[in-house]
Design a protein around this ligand. Structure first.
Ligand code: MG
Length: 246
């Protein structure tokens, strides 16, 4: 099973939520799950449009490819590049310069987790009582953390923590990371926006997810924790329990 929740956050209450997500279960020809989170950027509600386009086009592309016998290792990256082209075209049509979005997508075929990713939304894998970030943040602070110049908690406080280095809809050749990981029963997958990860640590995310069996309670609690700590951004989280799906 999977649970998902999005919230506009405390500071932007009354404004548009620029995050979008999907949690999709396909059954034909075989079961396939898709969990994705997109965080839009751009003024005049362009971010909202971009993130919504991202999850809609991704869902449609993945569904069509799966029903046509495609392999996730091939079609996930293609689907994300299709998103990039569509947002670029829409951005030109609207003359909305800088309309873009992050996108982190996880596809599960019962055996493997396939991850496709651009930007600073994240996918985590909780396995055997520890949590691992699967995706690299495409952000200024993410690069500094990987170089060892910043710790994860310093990155969470950094004044330039919102500067992203790659996103969809901004350039013709988008950087898209695609990789796979063999799933194990008991795995939990978390896909979330920086409105959560900027305020709640990976360990706290794991402890909250593992605290009970109710994933809906877990996602509600994670959103509440972000808001209690300031809720300065839109907050979106999807949690899936792999063991219950196969
Ligand atoms: Mg955000």
């Amino acid at each position: 099973m999977a649970a998902a929740l999005t919230d506009v956050g405390l500071v932007r209450r009354g404004k548009v939520n620029e995050d979008s997500y999907c949690a999709l279960e396909l059954t034909s020809p075989r079961p396939l799950w898709l969990w994705a989170v997109a965080d839009g950027v751009g003024g005049y509600e362009a971010g909202d449009v971009a993130s919504r386009m991202a999850v809609e086009i991704l869902s449609q592309s993945v569904r069509a490819a799966w029903e046509n016998g495609g392999a996730p290792a091939v079609f996930l990256g293609q689907a994300i590049r299709t998103v990039n082209e569509a947002i670029l075209a829409e951005s030109e049509r609207r003359q909305a310069e800088g309309m873009g979005t992050t996108l982190t997508a996880v596809v599960f075929d019962g055996e493997y987790l396939y991850v496709g990713h651009t930007g600073d939304t994240r996918a985590y894998l909780i396995r055997g009582g520890s949590i691992r970030q699967l995706t690299d943040d495409h952000s200024l602070v993410g690069e500094l953390v990987r170089k060892g110049s910043l710790t994860e908690s310093e990155a969470m406080q950094h004044p330039q923590r919102n500067v992203i280095t790659h996103a969809l809809g901004l350039e013709p050749e988008a950087r898209v990371d695609v990789f796979k990981e063999r799933a194990e029963s008991g795995d939990r997958v978390v896909v979330c926006s920086d409105g959560l990860t900027g305020l709640v640590s990976a360990e706290e995310i794991m402890n909250t997810v593992l605290a009970g069996t109710d994933l809906n309670a877990a996602v509600s609690q994670l959103v509440a924790m972000s808001n209690e700590r300031g809720g300065y951004d839109n907050i979106t989280v999807v949690v899936a329990d792999i063991g219950s799906l196969r």
